[in-house]
Design a protein around this ligand. Structure first.
Ligand SMILES: *Cc1c(COP(=O)(O)O)cnc(C)c1O
Length: 398
């Protein structure tokens, strides 16, 4: 639970250096993959001391593993938090967080526009455990205040939201939660810690799908929770270890390799996204573009204040709605038609029929996930190639 790297180091440096073994074995520069399920104790006394927590050291990989621990330290440093808890997937991070913090008859408030499966968990799984939930437009802090109940324990937000790119004030949300003695959790997947650090702005917990920008190569899934508070850490660690949705060492090693280039990838993807947002805004087949970096984005000023950049996710509407969208998706050649995001390759998808198909149509409409909305995860290719690909595919729309 100690900050191992100075908080003063810059993100690009932390991405490369944070999270290493306390005691390197052979002076290795990359953290080895400790592909072992269990760890031998040098003596019976030492085994007992590790179990009681009096001695440090590893016991069993579900309870902790050096390769996984290195990744946890890396993400904690990047988020400027005290400790990280690695999970098998992003959804495992989110459900572990809910299972750790919410009890029967507690109430949760969350953004009304969320990663699809998160919304399904909140709407149809948590009620099975007697947990009350409300989804509100958290970009309007009044709506959060109005939804508050005496038993509200947790405020859960995504900013920017998936896929509508709405931005919620982290400081504002934290102030409301704390005034009521509750906690604020932020899903920071879309921005990544390179561009946004919610703990610095008052959040109590950060969750990530490492599958996206942090790993960045569309080849591994993984998740992470980062916290500042020791008690909170212990509470979640207990649930994570018992319920068992932990990360495995090979997965951790691959993701850690991705972390090291997060700043480079993010800079490049973002530069492409800014230019594509401008290009799309002027395209005759495009009806509107939502990108926090565009001055016409409703929370442009807020995004400028709370983020170090506007990221590389954007969404837009096309002429002829769903039909136009299908033509676009069926005609891109370079850009891949796939869900997920945050990899070096650009991906395009249609939320209403794909990632958010599980959200009831009325709820989708309320949250602004229109049928004509296309989501683009901008990658690190050359800008001219991306622009040409979108242009030729858009021009197929009659
Ligand atoms: C992908 C994603 C998740 C879930 O992560 P998995 O690794 O797929 O389980 C959660 N939140 C957001 C914002 C995501 O994009």
């Amino acid at each position: 639970m100690e900050k191992k790297l100075g908080a003063t180091l810059k993100q690009a440096t932390k991405a490369i250096h944070a999270g290493c073994l306390e005691r390197p074995v052979y002076g290795e520069v990359s953290v080895p993959i400790f592909q072992t399920s269990t760890f031998a104790f040098p003596s019976a006394e030492e085994g007992a001391a590790r179990f009681s927590g009096e001695a440090p050291g590893y016991i069993y990989t579900r309870m902790g593993n050096p390769t996984v621990h290195a990744l946890e330290d890396s993400l904690a440093a990047l988020e400027n938090g005290r400790a990280g808890l690695a999970t098998a997937t992003g959804m495992a991070a989110i459900t572990t967080l809910f299972l750790s913090l919410l009890n029967h008859q507690d109430h949760l408030i969350a953004s009304d526009c969320l990663y699809g499966p998160t919304e399904v968990v909140i709407e149809s799984e948590l009620p099975r455990f007697g947990i009350e939930t409300s989804l509100v437009d958290t970009s309007k802090l009044d709506a959060v205040e109005q939804a508050w109940r005496p038993n509200t324990r947790l405020l859960y937000i995504e900013t920017p939201t998936n896929p509508t790119m709405k931005v919620t004030s982290i400081r504002g949300a934290a102030a409301i939660a704390h005034r009521h003695g509750a906690l604020l959790a932020v899903d920071n997947t879309f921005a990544s810690p390179y561009l946004q650090r919610p703990l610095e702005q008052g959040a109590d917990l950060v969750v990530h799908s490492l599958t996206k920008y942090v790993n960045g190569h569309s080849d591994v899934v993984g998740g992470m929770i980062v916290v500042n508070d020791e008690q909170l850490y212990r509470k979640i660690k207990r649930v994570l270890t018992l319920f068992g949705s932990t990360m495995d060492p090979h997965q951790a090693w691959l993701i850690h390799r991705g972390v090291r280039t997060l700043p480079l990838r993010m800079e490049r993807a973002q530069e492409n996204a800014v230019r594509l947002a401008e290009f799309l805004s002027g395209h005759p087949k495009v009806t509107w573009v939502r990108y926090p970096g565009l001055p016409d984005h409703p929370q442009h000023d807020l995004a400028r204040k709370q983020m170090d950049g506007f990221g590389a996710m954007l969404c837009f509407g096309v002429q002829q709605g769903l039909e136009g969208g299908k033509i676009l998706l069926n005609n891109v050649r370079l850009i891949t038609l796939a869900v997920s995001l945050g990899g070096v390759e650009s991906l395009i998808e249609h939320p209403a029929s794909m990632t958010h198909a599980s959200v009831p149509p009325a709820k989708r409409a309320e949250a602004g996930i229109l049928d004509e909305l296309v989501r683009l995860s901008v990658g690190c290719e050359d800008f001219a190639d991306l622009r040409a690909d979108l242009d030729q595919a858009l021009n197929k729309i009659p």
